[in-house]
Design a protein. Structure first.
Length: 82
């Protein structure tokens, strides 16, 4: 799969779920700029997605870290079902 062609939400959800799978925790101590550099997305794009996902209760952003609140929805994004 060519990850560059995936929608931003799909790239982001894949990264977050991979981090969760690797470290077995929903609290992820990364900044938006770290996530942006890992995905190739801009910080603005990350901010917009996180804002929407926070408003919908999928994640909780605390500034210096964030928590995955609804991994089921993120899995659907990762699979391209949204």
């Amino acid at each position: 799969i060519n990850a560059e062609r995936l929608p931003a939400e799909q790239k982001l959800s894949i990264l977050l779920l991979n981090i969760y799978d690797e470290f077995s925790q929903y609290d992820i101590p990364l900044l938006q700029k770290d996530i942006a550099s890992s995905t190739g997305l801009t910080r603005i794009t990350i901010y917009k997605i996180f804002k929407e996902w926070s408003e919908n209760g999928y994640i909780e952003n605390t500034g210096k870290s964030f928590s995955i609140k609804n991994p089921t929805v993120l899995k659907k994004y990762a699979e391209g079902l949204y």
